[in-house]
Design a protein around this ligand. Structure first.
Ligand code: NDP
Length: 343
């Protein structure tokens, strides 16, 4: 039985990865941090299973900003594979809390690489890098060779961590890789992410909510895939013969406007857009009611307008490609929201 350690197991992606690795027969260890409220909702179903929790799934308290317990834990667990997913993951918020973002995303990754270097049995290491390292790119689609020019503190921190993974791979021979992942979503996404806001609002508005959904730039285009599919790519990257950074993407971009239109349609509402820029609104075709507004408050300080990744190198190297793409992601998320609301 292989042993994996996941940082960020309580997050959106970590919870899917834990399910995936348990399904593959792994012993899984997850790092959780102390909070004033118990925060395990995404993995509660695993924790509540007596056949899993305590026999193949173990949780340990640690914090990314505290390297000593991390070192102690890694020495004790001796994982074969580390999936490093933890950290502040919200781009917009990284402008409000830049220093803790840098500590959690950049410096903590370096700390874990340093610990890995010292371990007697060196684990394979996966780092959750992000398309935000490309910022406002000049080439489309982006590849592993596209220059990094991040536009926000989160992207800068991920760029630093991605470079450090490459440096440690080359300098110390670690099997350490970065998956340069484009947006991957699900109904487990955090509440303040745009896809979750859209899916939740579309479902609630279809069920009688009065307040319209308020969004930022509707022209932003992202490469949206489904989170539960991306965890397989992470695992495949650690099973490869040669360590290599890879872009993980669908290869298709979709605007926020198109994502919202698909989401509302999945909730049974035909949305018509009127006006433009900050005056744009989304109107229910049938009732004429305004269901969506735009607000400057949700614009980013520097907005990356379009990101789309090249999925081909990952398909060739590890045989992985995304199946749920763009508007399909919106539909899946709304279906899940409707079912949560008892529709
Ligand atoms: P989430 O925000 O849902 O999860 C982040 C996880 O990190 C949570 O488990 C959180 O714990 C944990 N965490 C945050 N800070 C600390 C800390 N100081 N110490 C210990 N744990 C901490 O993100 P996702 O699951 O969506 O993403 C996983 C990783 O992939 C992140 O690094 C993200 O930046 C990266 N990524 C994600 C993409 C996406 O589209 N989802 C795209 C590209 C990269 P808690 O539950 O206590 O808050």
């Amino acid at each position: 039985m292989k042993t994996a350690l996941i940082t960020g197991i309580t997050g959106q992606v970590g919870s899917f990865l834990a399910e995936f690795l348990l399904g593959k027969g792994y012993e899984v260890h997850g790092i959780v941090r102390r909070a004033s409220m118990y925060n395990r909702s995404r993995i509660e179903h695993l924790r509540a299973d007596p056949d899993i929790y305590g026999s193949r799934l173990f949780l340990h308290y640690a914090d990314l900003q505290d390297a000593t317990p991390l070192r102690r834990l890694l020495c004790r667990v001796e994982p074969d594979e580390i999936y490093h997913l933890a950290g502040q993951s919200h781009v917009g918020l990284s402008f409000q809390i830049p220093e803790s973002t840098v500590h959690e995303v950049a410096v903590a990754t370096l700390s874990i690489l340093e610990i890995c270097r010292d371990l007697p049995k060196t684990p394979r290491f996966y780092h959750a890098a992000s398309s935000e390292i490309f910022g406002s790119p000049e080439e489309f689609p982006q590849t592993e060779k596209t220059p990094y020019r991040p536009d926000n503190p989160y992207g800068c921190s991920k760029a630093f961590a991605t470079q450090m993974v490459r440096v440690y791979r080359n300098a110390y021979g670690l099997f350490a890789v970065s998956g340069i992942a484009y947006n991957h979503e699900s109904n487990r996404r955090g509440e303040n992410f745009v896809t979750k806001k859209i899916a939740r609002s579309a479902a609630e508005l279809a069920m009688g909510r009065e307040e319209p959904l308020v969004l930022g730039n509707l022209d932003s285009e992202r490469d949206w895939g489904f989170a539960s599919e991306y965890v397989e790519a992470m695992w495949l990257m650690l099973q490869a013969e040669v360590p290599r950074d890879l872009v993980l993407a669908t290869g298709q971009s979709c605007s926020v406007r198109a994502f919202a239109k698909a989401a509302f349609l999945a909730a049974g509402i035909q949305l018509r857009f009127e006006g433009g820029g900050e005056d744009e609104i989304g109107v229910d075709e049938k009732t004429g009611k305004v269901l969506l507004r735009v607000s400057r408050d949700f614009y980013r300080k520097v907005d990356t307008v379009r990101l789309v990744g090249d999925p081909e190198p990952a398909r060739e190297a590890i045989g992985w490609s995304a199946r749920t793409i763009g508007c399909e992601v919106a539909k899946e998320m709304v279906r899940a929201e409707l079912s949560t609301l008892g529709h």
